[in-house]
Design a protein around this ligand. Structure first.
Ligand code: BYC
Length: 472
């Protein structure tokens, strides 16, 4: 269904046929816009930004480009098309038709998952609120804003589900989405990574590479849900998510490229003296964002995850492409866990290991970008390799939470950890240095901050000096 942009809330869910729901969402809308004004990208409401806006959910419809003021961005509700024959692919309900309404027995589980998912979306916008002030180029500024408006729209997608299917509780949860705030000591966001600061662009690129990639894996698992409206929302969100990870991968890649160029040009490793971000500091930022993102997958052995699967509420990554019985009642899976202060391998029932299995899929995906970054470093003739730290490094959730583990996976004493922590994670000094490079936003079309290389090509193939943002 094409999207009617003349409506207050653009949508492809035939919202006007349900007046009550439409009214409820129209009441939430001004609160959302107030939140965007107060907590979204600071001081940007007059800017015209070259944004991609979805006009329909088919392949040609979701990438329409034009200059838009962000408060006027057509936030809306888009669900991927319905497959009338879709059945639940796994668990106790395998083979049964998917649910168009929420089954009573799964109501609280589904609500909780939707709230957890929804909470991350405005959280990331809050985390990135001030980055526009120090954008390294108009190209990057535009990408930041694209990510921000899409996270806002993802919130809309989850709020629609809460309003449409969870009655009064759902409406209350939708209100709470705008009351919790990233890093707020009294009302924090639900998941840890979304309460960390994103104060500089290196953090932003690492966040979009690592944390948005958790989004990809969680959304893909929720896209397998037996609750069809959730599945359809997540399928459409995934199309948008790909760009966020692209921003992260190319952003980190462009910083690496610039650093390597300057190392060669000045024949030095000491690039801080010439205003670039040194490779060891980039590795520390990587270690931080990777480990914080690993926590987002939950416990290694989880009965919650087993229940979600058995009930048909949340599946595995690309569930239907996996060649097994999709019941997992007799299967086992080997996980890394901790016992008596040591990292050990343990075979557990596969149903309990679903968080860990998803984490493993995620780790393998993360490694692919590092291969590309390392090739670029090698091509530059520089002897340095970016690596993913061990999955147990710097964890706060799960079996390794109480342990001190080095990036290469050795269990350490507290004293050893303290003596080396500053080599592995960004220190205050590192953060101060990176922050010191974040000058006023670079606003001349085609110009870039000193510490980052230009992109290989423009958005939507625009020329290198295209005016992605007009400030008015
Ligand atoms: N922080 O059995 P477990 C994205 C709690 S990112 C705090 O493992 P479960 C995006 C857990 O709640 C994707 N608490 O739990 C990216 C549980 O509490 P109870 C977001 C945590 O449920 C960038 C207890 O520990 N989407 O979209 O299997 C920008 C036991 O744990 C954490 C989702 O996360 C944590 N990290 O797994 C914008 C999908 N981890 O029951 C957006 C929805 C665990 O003891 N969420 N706990 O009170 C889920 O599927 C699950 O809630 C989780 C947790 C995978 C997160």
């Amino acid at each position: 269904m094409a999207i009617d942009y003349s409506q207050l809330i653009p949508n492809n869910v035939d919202l006007s046929s349900d007046r009550r729901l439409q009214r409820a969402l129209e009441q939430w809308q001004p609160r959302f816009l107030d939140w965007w004004k107060d907590m979204g990208p600071d001081g940007t409401s007059a800017f015209d930004v070259y944004l991609r806006t979805a006009v329909s959910t088919d392949a040609n419809g979701w990438a329409n480009f034009g200059h838009v003021k962000m408060p006027d961005y057509r936030w809306g509700i888009f669900l991927a098309g319905r497959d009338a024959d879709r059945t639940i692919a796994y668990g106790d309900n395998k083979g049964k038709p998917v649910w168009q309404e929420v089954p009573g027995e799964h109501r609280s589980t589904l609500r909780r998952l939707i709230v957890t998912q929804g909470d991350t979306e405005p959280a990331s916008v809050e985390q990135q609120r001030l980055l526009g002030k120090t954008a390294p180029s108009l190209y990057d500024l535009r990408n930041l804003f694209q990510v921000n408006v899409e996270e806002g729209r993802h919130l809309w997608a989850m709020v629609y589900l809460l309003h449409a299917y969870f009655g009064r509780d759902g409406r209350e949860e939708a209100e709470e989405m705008l009351v919790r705030h990233s890093g707020d000591p009294d009302k924090p966001r639900i998941l840890g990574a979304f309460n960390e600061a994103t104060p500089d662009w290196l953090s932003f690129f690492m966040f979009t590479y690592f944390t948005d990639r958790d989004g990809k894996y969680q959304l893909a698992s929720l896209a397998e849900s037996g609750f069809d409206p959730l599945s359809r929302s997540c399928r459409f969100m995934l199309t948008e998510e790909a760009h966020h990870m692209f921003v992260g991968e190319t952003g980190v890649g462009r910083i690496l490229q610039r650093t390597c160029e300057l190392m060669k040009e000045h024949k030095t490793d000491d690039v801080r003296s010439i205003g670039a971000i040194d490779l060891p500091t980039m590795q520390k930022y990587l270690n931080f964002h990777f480990s914080v993102s690993l926590d987002l997958f939950g416990q290694e052995a989880s009965t919650n995850a087993a229940n979600y699967y058995t009930q048909g509420v949340k599946g595995r990554f690309l569930e239907t492409r996996i060649d097994d019985d999709h019941l997992l009642t007799d299967a086992s899976y080997e996980i890394d866990t901790a016992e008596n202060g040591l990292i050990v391998k343990k075979t557990v029932p596969a149903l309990q290991a679903l968080n860990e299995r998803l984490r493993q899929d995620y780790i393998e995906d993360c490694a692919k970008g590092l291969l590309r970054w390392n090739k670029a470093i090698e091509r530059a003739g520089i002897d340095f390799e970016m690596t993913l730290p061990h999955r147990a490094f710097n964890r706060r959730i799960g079996a390794f939470a109480g342990l001190r583990i080095s990036p290469d996976g050795r269990v350490l004493s507290e004293a050893e950890w303290k003596a080396n922590e500053g080599k592995w994670l960004p220190t205050d000094e590192d953060r101060a240095y990176v922050t010191s490079l974040m000058g006023p936003a670079v606003v001349q079309p085609g110009k870039y901050a000193h510490w980052i290389a230009p992109p290989a090509r423009g958005i939507n193939n625009q020329a290198s000096d295209f005016e992605y943002v007009r400030f008015n």
